[in-house]
Structures are given as structure tokens and as C-alpha cells.
Design a protein around this ligand. Sequence first.
Ligand SMILES: NC(=O)c1ccc[n+]([C@@H]2O[C@H](COP(=O)([O-])OP(=O)(O)OC[C@H]3O[C@@H](n4cnc5c(N)ncnc54)[C@H](O)[C@@H]3O)[C@@H](O)[C@H]2O)c1
Length: 388
Amino acid sequence: MRKKIKVAIAGVGNCASALIQGIQYYNSNPNPYSDIIKNNTDGKDHENQNHSSLTDTNNNSTADNFIGLTSNNIGGYEPSDIEFVAAFDVVDTKVGKDLSEAIFAPPNNAIKIMDIPSFDVKVQKGDVLDGIGKHYSEMVKISNDPAVDVAKILKDVNADLLLNYLPVGSRNATGNYAEKCLESGVGFINAIPVFIASDPKWQNRFNDKNIPCAGDDVMSQLGATVLHKTLAKLWVDRGVKIDETYQLNVGGDMDFYNMLDEERLEDKRISKTSAVKAMVPYDVPMRIGPSDYVNFLKNDKVAFIHMKGRFFGKVPLELDLKLRVPDAYDSSGVMIDAVRGSKIALDRGIAGPLESISSFCFKHPPIQMPYTQAKSNFLEFVEGKRDR
Ligand SMILES: NC(=O)c1ccc[n+]([C@@H]2O[C@H](COP(=O)([O-])OP(=O)(O)OC[C@H]3O[C@@H](n4cnc5c(N)ncnc54)[C@H](O)[C@@H]3O)[C@@H](O)[C@H]2O)c1
């Protein structure tokens, strides 16, 4: 009998939709190699497991089914081990619907790759607080249902983890869900740029309650942040002086519409800028953040990265790069690892901020580091060679 990961979701938007559809996709392509890699959740039995078995997608050219995953098996957990047990939203198109239908309700516009059978999990109404900003409220109607007791529901369904997928700027609503996790003993994974896992006050509170938290602000699988920070590190390592850089992002979903409100944006700019800044050991003029809403792009995000500098002989050079990605799927390719890593932490009784998972999967973790080092630390954590 495989161990399951019981996941609750706050915010049934595009990211939730892509995660759920992606998991269904990998579940409908059973892994022909699943018997090879045995459970390794206690971190002790790794005789048959090393980095290469954790990156099985890379080493099995026939394993086409796993394309898009860093690994089908992480510490014994496969995508099929993730179960959705509760979901919270506040808008009338989603509250009251089964989660399998709510992910396709407007204004969600992530591409559909799978039909989803009923989960028998109704989306319930959370506390609205500052979740719905001025732009969001032009597009949605708040459900008339009464708000439920989130902490009680998390306990009743025996959730392991709550994923926070609220709109940018939801500081109070995010804090409220983090409180519910502390009340109910459920691990918290924060996909959004409100600072919880990277804030010492919250870190202490999660530590004191013996509950893990990971975050903040998911770093997409092949998104603008991981590209930009990796390029910045490359320039520095190759002795190329960076004189200025910017990263402009546009998209056509509710995330981008909500971010037209500059007041809600502050934490997103801090989060994205800090990831690049940490790679450069000197000050560089930089402007990084969401830049506009272009409705016909739907859930596609287009990022423009510009870097200008000088190399040998102080001779100038410039780099301009355009990246276009279906944004929600970009985030899910990483959240599936954050979920599995956080469950391993729960299994091992590890509490407080999960440092290696957060550095690997998030833009604003407790500790910033280059991507390759973060991945290596994450794999060591999974293998039990690193505490957190
Ligand atoms: N690649 C990515 O898509 C990516 C990367 C990094 C971070 N993020 C962040 O992840 C978050 C989710 O992104 P998305 O595209 O799914 O956004 P979305 O706007 O599609 O979904 C947000 C959902 O939260 C719901 N909501 C609002 N207030 C709520 C409350 N108080 N309680 C419960 N639900 C509430 C909304 O109704 C909506 O369904 C955003 O903050 C985004 O910036 C996304």
C-alpha cells in the first residue's frame, strides 16, 4: 500500500488547474519503472538510490511518460500519491462546485489537457479578507455562501499540506491560511509572494508548533526568474561585468490583471528582484517585475530579459531574450516537487522553514542560492543527507 500525500488548496485558479490536470496526466500514464525505486522516506535505506535514480527521467530515454517531471519518484513519492482532499475559494463560479469542475470555471483560462473525474471534494468558501483586489472584483462575484471553519476542515480531512495559491497582494488572507495551518497542524506551502517561510516571525511560529513550511513565491520550471538568475550567475562566473538589466513580463490571465494594481505588486517585485540580485556580488541597476496585462495572451506569459555589460578589454555586449510559456503549467512542474519534498519533511518530523526545498522551488526562500546548488541540496535532503 503506497503512502499518500493529502493536499488541500487555497485558491482554485489557473495554477491549481494546471497542477491537478498535470497529476491526472501522469497518473494516466503509469510508470513502468515504479518497482525499481522503492520507498525511501525515512532517509535510511538508500543503498539502491542515488542522484541518478532520483533523476530517472533523464536516464531512461524510453521513459517518455515522465517528460516534464524532474523525477517521477522523489523519496518514494510519485505523482499518483498526491490526493486532493479539500479546496477553498471565494468566488461564486467556483464555491460549491466539485474541485474537478471548479478548475475549469471562469475566469480561469489555463489550457485544458485532461478531463478530470469527480474528486468528491467540494470547493468551500474561505474568508475573503484582502484576497480579491480592485481589479479582481471587476471580473468576479463573491459567493454568498458563509465562510467555513478552514482549520476544522483541514483536521477533518486529515490534510498533510495546504497549498496557498491566492492572488498577489493577499497579505492578510495568506496570513489567515497560515494561521489555520498552525491551528490544525498542517504543513504550509506558499506559492505566492507574501513572506511567510522567509519571515523569521512566521518561521519561529511554525517551528514552535512543530509544523513545516516552504516558500515563498514558486519559481517556475523554466520561468523568467530561473533563467535570469542563472544568466546573471553565468555572467559573473565568466568575468563579464553586468552594468544594467531588466525583466519585463506580460500575460493575459487574472494573475496579470490583478497585478495592474501597483499597490498589490510590491512583494512580487521584491521577490523577483531578490532572486537575481543574490547572484551578483555588486550593485546593478535593475528593474524586474510584471509589466502589463494583454488579454489575448490568456494564460501565456511573455518575458523579456535584457542584460548589458562589458567583457574582455571592457568591450560592451548586450543580451536580449524572449520567453513565452503557459504560465500555470510552468509553476506546477515545480510545485509537484515542493509537495513531495514537504511530505518527506513531515514523515521525518522536520518543522519550521524547509531550507533546501524552498531554495530549489521558490523565488524568495529563507536562503538564496544559485539554482545548481539549490538542486544539489534538495537531492541531498531527499536522500536524508541533509536535515532541512
Ligand atoms: N507560473 C505561475 O503561474 C506562478 C509563478 C509564481 C507565483 N504564482 C502565484 O501563484 C498565485 C496563483 O496564481 P494563479 O494564476 O492560479 O492565480 P488566479 O488568479 O488564477 O487564482 C487565484 C485564486 O484565488 C482565489 N481567491 C482569492 N481570494 C481568496 C481567498 N481569500 N480564499 C480562497 N481563495 C481566494 C481566486 O478566486 C482565484 O480562484 C498568484 O499569486 C501568482 O502570482 C504563479
